[in-house]
Design a protein around this ligand. Structure first.
Ligand code: NAD
Length: 282
């Protein structure tokens, strides 16, 4: 399948990043959000990133201009017409994502691939909401998209071999390394990462060590770029909690129960870096 044009729905931090890497790889891109101001904000953010790369000498001004010229803004899933693939990166809410997929399926027809960047919603259930479920797949980018090397590809039980092959090839064209995951709660990365973060929360709650010592121990003792509590603050404690709940509910085992201290921080509005306070202050 020759993918020349890609639609991204959701111009938040993930959607803008996906639009940027696709345009840098030479694809035509339409970046769609229901909120026009967010489309403009997303485009301005991409422009600023490319300008920084030009200033640092990593990109020529001509290439930056050509990249930004390949991205158009859109306000509705109708604007995805003519693209061979859409990647939805809207709010992590199943009803919202189903509605977006229904709109994309109407606009793009049954030949186009519909990919979801969801962190936790079963791709199999999203696939069931459109007329061509064999064309639906998970394409889970990491944050920040232009920097992070990995894309997890998730096959729903309905996903065809052709859809998988085309999506995997596209991710590689975007310069990413792919791994294939079954459609199970958390996929590969969050299945392993979130229990580690949750265990660090239990350790903090039990007074095993201070937040700083838990992070230093894991950073220097296991050679990770940042400790688990700092990483949780960067991801957002609300996001960590919601993924922990998906693992707990979906896998049905007590070992995945979210740490009370994590829930308490979220209830207090201490969501991490984005709210200036989480396990640490920012
Ligand atoms: P975000 O809140 O920054 O952006 C979501 C965007 O979707 C907003 O701009 C919102 O206006 C838009 N939107 C909501 N409903 C819409 C609709 N019906 N039509 C069009 N646009 C709509 O969120 P984000 O952090 O970019 O996350 C987006 C998706 O990516 C989620 O599924 C999330 O789980 C997943 N994800 C996030 C991360 C992360 O670290 N933030 C990492 C991997 C995957």
């Amino acid at each position: 399948m020759d993918i020349r044009k890609l639609a991204v729905v959701g111009a938040g931090q993930m959607g803008a990043g996906i639009a940027q890497v696709a345009a840098q790889a030479g694809l035509e891109v339409v970046l769609i959000d229901q909120d026009g101001a967010l489309v403009e904000k997303g485009l301005a953010g991409i422009r600023a990133q490319l300008d920084r790369a030009v200033t640092k000498g990593k990109l020529t001004a001509e290439l930056a201009a050509a990249t930004i010229a390949r991205i158009k803004g859109g306000r509705s899933t109708d604007d995805a017409a003519g693209a061979q693939i859409a990647v939805e990166a809207v709010t992590e809410n199943e009803a919202v994502k189903r509605k977006v997929f229904e709109g994309l399926a109407r606009a793009m027809g049954t030949e186009a691939i519909l990919a979801s960047n969801t962190s936790s919603i079963p791709i199999t259930r999203l696939a069931a909401s459109v007329p061509a479920p064999e064309r639906v797949i998970g394409m889970h980018f990491m944050n920040p998209v232009p920097v992070m090397q990995l894309v997890e590809i998730i096959r729903a039980i309905q996903t065809s071999d052709a859809t998988y092959a085309a999506t995997d090839a596209l991710a590689k064209k975007l310069g990413k390394t792919t791994v294939l995951s079954k459609d199970m709660p958390g996929f590969i990365v969050n299945r392993i990462l979130i229990p580690m973060i949750n265990e660090a929360c239990f350790a903090l709650q039990e007074g095993l060590g201070s937040a700083a010592d838990i992070d230093t121990a894991m950073k220097l003792g296991t050679n990770q770029p940042m400790g688990p509590l700092t990483l949780a603050d960067f991801i957002g404690l609300d996001t960590c909690l919601s993924i922990a709940e998906v693992l707990h509910k979906g896998l049905g085992e007590d070992k995945y129960r979210p740490a009370p201290i994590l829930r308490q921080h979220v209830e207090a509005g201490w969501l991490g870096k984005k709210s200036k306070r989480g396990f640490f202050a920012y």
